[in-house]
Design a protein around this ligand. Structure first.
Ligand SMILES: Cc1cc2nc3c(=O)[nH]c(=O)nc-3n(C[C@H](O)[C@H](O)[C@H](O)COP(=O)(O)O)c2cc1C
Length: 189
């Protein structure tokens, strides 16, 4: 079995809801054992990450970047950087924000650069926007048009599960894609 961790921070439940959708998609791939891990726990013992073959990073977008608790997790891996203990693992990222754009790209970029500094292998979100094929916008996979990672949007102060069907579907497809990529890499090695 390949092991995949979905590490996330969520203050009000939106990012956690999306993390669970990513888990549903990843967990549907045979041979991959996927699990959720809160960023706060990963901050306390980042060394536990060496046990995983792949890591999916998830954070709300705060002021155009990752949230403070998620950055604390990133910084806690600093001592692992010296010996490149995460080198060769797969990495991918997702973020949630309240505005349609909301500078989410910047959050994904900081996750990408973090992963590159650790020598990990970045997996994107290769899903064609289904609205181009006539699917109604709110039901369309990758309606927000993000290929570098997964983006999802929920209204400000909306309930934690208040995502449109398209974003839920996209999160599940993204989780499945990362897990399938992990399977392929593991078989190839
Ligand atoms: C301090 C702070 C900064 C935020 N900055 C942004 C932002 O830059 N862009 C945006 O669209 N939403 C922003 N938001 C909204 C959050 O991204 C949004 O509410 C998200 O769903 C929160 O995720 P959570 O429920 O998992 O905590 C911000 C929220 C907070 C509390």
């Amino acid at each position: 079995m390949s092991r995949l961790a979905i590490i996330y921070h969520s203050a009000h439940g939106h990012t956690e809801f999306i993390a669970r959708q990513v888990l549903t998609g990843a967990g549907s791939v045979e041979g991959v054992d996927a699990q959720l891990l809160k960023a706060e726990a990963a901050t306390r013992s980042p060394e536990a990450l060496v046990e995983f073959d792949g890591i999916i990073l998830g954070s709300p977008t705060y002021l155009g970047g990752v949230s403070g608790p998620f950055k604390s997790f990133m910084d806690a891996t600093g001592r692992m950087w010296r010996s490149q203990q995460l080198k060769g693992k797969l990495a991918a990222g997702f973020t949630v924000s309240s505005l349609p754009a909301g500078d989410k790209q910047s959050t994904l970029l900081s996750m990408f650069i973090f992963s590159m500094q650790h020598g990990m292998l970045w997996v994107g979100n290769p899903i064609l926007p289904e609205q181009h094929s006539g699917v109604p916008y709110e039901q369309a996979a990758n309606r927000l048009g993000s290929w570098s990672g997964l983006m999802a949007q929920a209204g400000h102060s909306a309930p934690a599960d208040a995502f449109v069907p398209g974003d839920i579907k996209t999160a599940q497809m993204f989780g499945r894609h990362v897990a399938e990529s992990l399977s392929r890499v593991t078989v190839a090695v």
